[in-house]
Write a protein that binds this ligand. Structure first.
Ligand SMILES: [Zn+2]
Ligand SMILES: [Zn+2]
Length: 95
């Protein structure tokens, strides 16, 4: 465990163990928070919704399936994309 994974656990709890970075199939039509016309990352100063990082940077689409089978949308930072996609943790993560 690291500060990074601790922060993700604190933000997500047990509820969403498997987050998939990227868009969902069918161009995210099922997701109200995605724009099928624009799948590029968005530069934002809003905190990452999974690790909680306040560093401004690219926010990417990610999704999880909730308890009731619903699609839950997250805007996540590049560090989190690497983590959820490849289990690679950032070095010297400070949040
Ligand atoms: Zn979405
Ligand atoms: Zn993050």
């Amino acid at each position: 465990m690291s500060k990074f994974t601790d922060s993700i656990d604190a933000n997500l709890g047990e509820e969403y163990s498997s987050i998939s970075p990227g868009s969902i199939p069918d161009n995210c039509i099922a997701c109200e928070d995605c724009d099928p016309e624009n799948e590029e990352p968005v530069f934002s100063s809003r905190p990452c919704e999974t690790c909680g990082s306040n560093l401004a940077g690219d926010r990417h689409n990610a999704h999880a399936i909730g308890y009731h089978g619903e699609i839950v949308h997250f805007d996540i930072c590049t560090d989190c994309v690497m983590y959820f996609a490849n289990a690679e943790e950032p070095e010297n993560w400070e949040g």
